[in-house]
Design a protein around this ligand. Structure first.
Ligand code: PMV
Length: 302
């Protein structure tokens, strides 16, 4: 059996969500798949994802090994003699929720291997334990989307409140520049003195409400305007880069309603919303800048 964890994009509210504000986020139509197969001759637990050039033993000194052990401990499955063979349709370290997608897929695969039902509560706890190791102060938005799919508003206190079905085409541009989420979260903590009262965090939270209402009303120009403003604020907090700024600007000049970095920033990916007849122009501009973007249809319902 192959287990799945989906990647995600944050349309609005990243970083502010760590401080309790809402984020508007959507699962991608792609992510990570994992199958647990017995390791020949009962060898030790390992993980092998050729698409990421990743091949580690659970006992290695590697972040993925530590995450794997945290998942095993949380699930109480011991150290089964299996190889977790994976495939990935999203890049890692790109702000697309790859670590949460991996954690959810691994937890589901280990439970399936032990013929235990994949109880959402157990999968959530295991994936959150992995994310806490990978990202430190994680809000949980990535795990919620990796598990549930769909689109909705996430808050740390209430989890994901899904929207029934609001399909949206989003242009995604992985910049190719790797970064660590925890370093970016620390940067925002420094810039805001880790205070939820910071007015930039508050405005980011407000933009989520405006953007969510615009999305439900199918007012894409208003959603795009909220995204543009959010990018400006995130840049002010120090988590954009020249490359991300210029990819966003290229999208706007090509006719996008709006564009912004998505996820932690400092590299990773940008997203844009554009009228259908401008999408190709945006992708071409990104291609000229060395970035192979794609169109993801999100929000089709969980
Ligand atoms: O780097 P990503 O795409 O996993 O996004 C992290 C989003 C943050 O709001 C920066 C952190 C979090 O855990 O919510």
């Amino acid at each position: 059996m192959t287990a799945v964890g989906l990647g995600k994009i944050i349309l609005l509210g990243e970083h502010a969500v760590v401080y309790g504000y809402p984020a508007l986020a959507a699962a991608l139509d792609r992510g990570v798949t994992i199958a647990a197969v017995p390791t020949p001759a009962g060898g030790s637990l390992r993980i092998d994802i050729p698409a990421w050039d990743l091949r580690v033993l659970a006992t290695d000194d590697h972040p993925v090994s530590r995450a794997l052990l945290a998942i095993c401990d949380e699930l109480g499955v011991g150290r089964p003699a299996v190889t977790l063979v994976g495939d990935a349709q999203i890049p890692h370290s790109a702000g697309l929720g790859s670590s949460a997608a991996l954690a959810v897929a691994v937890a589901r695969a280990l439970l399936a291997y032990q013929k235990r039902p994949a109880s959402p509560k157990e999968v959530l706890a295991a994936a959150n334990a992995s994310e806490a190791l990978m990202h430190g102060r994680a809000s949980g938005v990535d795990v919620a989307l990796a598990m549930a799919g769909g689109i909705g508003v996430f808050r740390k206190t209430t989890g994901l409140q899904p929207f029934p079905s609001v399909p949206l085409r989003v242009l995604v541009g992985p910049s190719g520049a790797a970064r660590t989420t925890s370093a970016m979260v620390d940067k925002v903590a420094d810039a805001t003195h880790a205070s939820a009262d910071d007015k930039r965090l508050r405005e980011l939270g407000g933009l989520t409400d405006i953007g969510a209402a615009a999305l439900v009303a199918k007012d894409l120009p208003a959603l795009g305007a909220a995204m543009n403003r959010a990018h400006e604020i995130l840049a002010g907090l120090g988590v954009s880069t020249e490359q991300l700024d210029s990819l966003c600007e290229a999208a706007r000049v090509s006719g996008a309603h709006g564009a912004k970095l998505t996820g932690a920033g400092g590299g990773g990916a940008v997203i844009a919303i554009a009228p259908r007849d401008r999408e190709q122009a945006v992708l071409t501009e990104w291609k000229n800048a060395g970035v192979t973007g794609f169109v993801a249809t999100v929000g089709g319902g969980a």
